[in-house]
Ligand binder design. Structure first.
Ligand code: IPD
Ligand code: CA
Ligand code: CA
Length: 266
């Protein structure tokens, strides 16, 4: 296995197991609102510090882009993109669905990915060109099929309410065609589930690079596609994401297009 993937797994397991232990202690946690509907706890911060410590002990020259601590420049070649706890709202409510997400970008390309769900003890990993795994078993996106019968994941624009009317139109379009829709509350796990074929497709408005980076490599290595709302590759910049098995990806891009506002077309 790639040594850098090994280090990322060590970091994700140590943070994830810490988060799982803290999930019994939620009433005693210090919680702050970063902005409206956007909370952070001392668990997010401590988990992130553990991850960064593990990564930088092994690779002191690497750069960091982490949700809570921000950007730390490194050698300009390697950058770790970290969401220490994806699904904080779930975590704070004792809703057991959240994950640690860690990706490594080298010269602008995603090379390694780890998403770890410490409650279900599911470890999703991918290395560029070597496929994607769940607990060491190879995973693939679901078989191509039409949207009829498909299970689609999504996230609500709960921070950017200005996108809600466009989102409602997108939801009506997809809901009218698919078997059903899930809003499980962790974008990283939604993307991992697309890679594992548990969801046939996914879309969300306004994500951040740390929500997406590891899941994007997992999906590509599992034979799926991920893009922005034009079906192009700007999703890490825009945060607008569509993903799925190749047939569903194209179908979703076409269905969402008519509902894009000028702000969502950028
Ligand atoms: C959030 C989760 C959620 C998604 C939000 C993300 P956080 O991440 O992934 O599913 O809808 O857009 O910000 O804040 O829990 O790390
Ligand atoms: Ca997140
Ligand atoms: Ca987070």
């Amino acid at each position: 296995m790639q040594p850098m993937l090994n280090i990322a797994i060590r970091a994700a397991r140590s943070a994830g197991d810490f988060i799982a232990r803290q999930s019994g202690n939620i009433p005693n946690l210090r919680i702050e609102a970063k902005t409206s509907n956007d909370f952070v706890s001392e668990v997010d911060r401590e988990a992130e510090a553990r991850i960064i410590d593990t990564l930088l002990k092994a690779y002191p020259d690497h750069g960091i882009l982490a949700e809570e601590a921000g950007k730390q420049s490194g050698d300009g070649e390697f950058e770790w993109i970290i969401d220490p706890l994806d699904g904080t709202t779930n975590f704070l409510h004792g809703f057991p669905h959240f994950a640690v997400s860690i990706a490594l970008r080298q010269g602008g390309r995603l090379q390694q990915a780890v998403i770890y769900d410490p409650i279900k003890q599911e470890l999703f990993t991918a290395s560029k060109g070597e496929g994607a795994t769940l607990n060491n078993r190879r995973i693939r996106v679901s078989k191509p099929k039409t949207i009829d019968g498909a299970l689609i994941g999504t996230g609500f624009p709960f921070r950017a309410h200005e996108h809600f009317p466009a989102y409602q139109a997108m939801f009506a379009e997809v809901f009218g065609a698919a078997a059903d829709i899930r809003r499980a509350g962790s974008a990283a796990l939604d993307l991992a589930y697309v890679a594992a074929g548990r969801l046939d497709g996914f879309w969300e408005i306004g994500l951040k690079p740390w929500d997406i980076a590891a899941g994007a490599l997992l999906i590509r290595e599992a034979g799926g596609l991920i893009g922005d709302f034009s079906g192009e590759g700007q999703y890490l910049q825009t945060g607008n994401v569509v993903a799925g098995n190749p047939r569903l990806f194209n179908d979703l891009v076409e269905r969402l297009q008519p509902h894009l506002t000028p702000a969502l077309k950028q």
